[in-house]
Design a protein around this ligand. Sequence first.
Ligand code: PLP
Length: 402
Amino acid sequence: MSEYQPASRVTRIKASASVAAAAKVRELKAEGREILDLTVGEPDFDTPGHVKQAAIAAIEAGETKYTGVSGTPELQAAILAHVRRRTGVDYTAGSITIAGGAKQVIFTALMASLDAGDEVIIPAPYWVSYPDMVLANDGTPVIVPCGADRGFKLTPDALAAAITPKTRWLILNSPSNPTGVVYSRQELEALAAVLETHPQVLVLTDEIYDEIHFGDGSVVSLVEAAPALRDRILLVNGVSKAYAMTGWRLGYGIGPAALVASINKLQAQISSCPSSISQAAAAAALSGDQTFVRDCVEVYRTRRDLAVAGFNAIPGLSCTPSEGAFYAFIDCSGLIGKNAPDGRVIKSDQDVVLYLLDAASVAVIPGSAYGLDPYFRISFATSSEILQASVDAVRQAVEALR
Ligand code: PLP
């Protein structure tokens, strides 16, 4: 039998860094090590009871068949009402695509629009999956460094400099994974002014963390800030993060009808539709009582304050308070060049991460996985006890460096 050779789209991409980190934590735990795990990118809360009940009711009512490719009328109505509430913008059912998570929406949107050599602008630090999704779909990621000096945000000048005739997409993510930064209305308007002069560029705005923010008012969506661009914005969201529904796998995209029709054409061949049960649950989440979301945000806020204060008090580490999502992106440049007790020199954020795992049993993800070095990302979607124990263990390990 001939040996299996993966397709070039597979060899082009890396395995997900967060999936790899989770696998490493599982392996160490299986060996009996107690690990303080700050890698997890999902809420540690259970899905709300009324959402589970809606899923059970759907099963019992026999809603167990294929649905239309863009979802049940109930889910479509819930998405449209939710988007209207969040952004003030009225869309119609023909603007909707749904899939097994926001992740799949993004993948299929790229698949529906990229030809070989098309460029996709990705501000760094970025969610780990964007560049690989672009590569898997024959595109070319154009990474634009957006360091701490720029508040980890894309500036209009940097955007203008990155656009070429081959640019097909800009991907924006606010609130951001991994930094927790949120673009203001003015910042979005300034980016939109640049985009208005480049009509070939579509914008994918990944707003999966929009409900999890710690500022006044709500996160401003690009569709709200840039009405002139609305016919080329794909707004991506889902129920995973706000409603603690990562395992239900339900995300949606909302955007121009022609793009959405292409995405749905592919989606019809990929999976026909996401689970009918998850659709019923997502409809209940989006249209039901929102107290759960508000309560979670308050818990995340307390944990954020604990983690940010704790890590900032450790010499050599610093971070700015996250404005949204449940991550903090910690600058560890102060540890580079130091020696571990066993003589090893810490040369990169990957060395920092390995050292913290060895010496403090704390698992975090290196900033280099998100396109910016030397940082590490922590998730505060975990208990205050685990966060406090992690801060204490990291402080001890850092104090042992020379
Ligand atoms: N976008 C960002 C920025 C994320 O961090 C994640 C999950 O970690 C996703 C999208 C994927 O969300 P979903 O569970 O809806 O696929």
